[in-house]
Write a new protein. Structure first.
Length: 317
């Protein structure tokens, strides 16, 4: 989750992570906290967009593919927060904006071999989450079917990303390798929102479609948890020291995993998973607070986030 501009990357990443945390808090029923997180996400999103419009040449933003894909995903997930809050018009506007950005950026930049290779999947599934949430709010079947296309495309992009991803990033990366799990989690979240969008009024999926979508969504959530166990084990064996903007990838992964667990619990009426999701949610809140304090401390110390001036970095940390 890095790019040539540390400012653009930081605020885009902060917007994505905080917007995702807002979605999780909303699913758990903490409406006030969810709205506060949504306001913070919107402020960070405006900062990233303002920087992109005022400080960067038109051609330069496309070159900063990781930051741009992060901002696209943030736009979609913030829009999902608007839809959940009942602000459908604002959510629809953000859906159109994120879809336009996604189209322009899909083939932009070198995907590389670090964790940022998964950002195309994250952005695509973010569109699916927003479209499915808006479809449920407005009873729009065409939006749900569009979200389904985005969901399957996101899984294809994940497979391509996994093929390109360099395994040594798990031991040597600066933090964006956590996106391998975050992309799986946001895919599970999209699947859960698609299941929840169905109703007697819309009748989106027949029994066979519903069964396939349920199995795939549950499998994605299980794979997410397996991935987190592997990544946590690697983090304990090869610890990283010092602040880096890419540390936010882990916070995003924790937040979206909690949101996915809560969404799957609601879609499948699994109360035990709801409890597990809430435990994960408060763990994500703690990580968010800790990383925010870390970022503020680094800023006060006048230290530039390590590696923020390059898209990728090599060597053990």
């Amino acid at each position: 989750m890095s790019g040539p501009s540390p400012f653009a990357t930081l605020w885009a990443t902060y917007a994505l992570t905080t917007g995702t945390l807002s979605a999780g808090l909303d699913s758990a029923g903490y409406e006030v906290l969810s709205r506060l997180a949504l306001v913070a996400a919107c402020a960070a999103w405006l900062g990233a967009v303002g920087y992109a419009l005022l400080r960067l040449p038109r051609a330069a933003w496309r070159a900063q593919a990781p930051a741009a894909h992060t901002l696209t995903a943030a736009t979609a997930l913030i829009g999902a927060g608007f839809a959940a809050a009942g602000w459908e018009r604002s959510a629809a506007a953000l859906l159109a904006l994120s879809a336009l950005c996604w189209t322009l950026l899909l083939a932009a930049g070198d995907p590389g071999r670090d964790g940022t290779v998964f950002l195309r999947c994250v952005a695509t599934q973010g569109l699916g989450v927003l479209a499915a949430t808006l479809a449920a709010a407005e009873s729009a079947a065409w939006l749900a079917h569009t979200a389904l296309v985005s969901f399957w495309l996101g899984l294809v992009l994940y497979c391509f990303a996994l093929f390109r991803f360099a395994p040594r990033e798990v031991t040597d990366g600066r933090g964006d390798h956590w996106l391998a799990g975050g992309a799986l989690a946001v895919s599970a979240l999209a699947g859960a929102r698609l299941l929840s969008a169905d109703s007697d009024r819309l009748y989106l999926w027949n029994d066979d479609d519903h069964a396939v979508l349920t199995r795939v969504t549950v499998a994605l959530l299980v794979l997410t948890l397996v991935c987190w166990v592997a990544l946590l084990t690697a983090a304990l064996m090869w610890p990283r020291h010092g602040y880096d903007v890419r540390r936010w990838a882990g916070v995003f992964g924790a937040a979206v995993t909690a949101a996915a667990a809560l969404a799957v619990a609601a879609a499948l009426d699994a109360s035990w998973l709801d409890v597990a999701g809430e435990v994960l949610l408060w763990g994500a809140v703690a990580l968010w607070l800790g990383c925010t304090a870390w970022a503020v401390s680094a800023a006060r110390a006048g230290s530039r986030p390590a590696g923020a001036g390059t898209v990728r970095s090599r060597g053990r940390r």
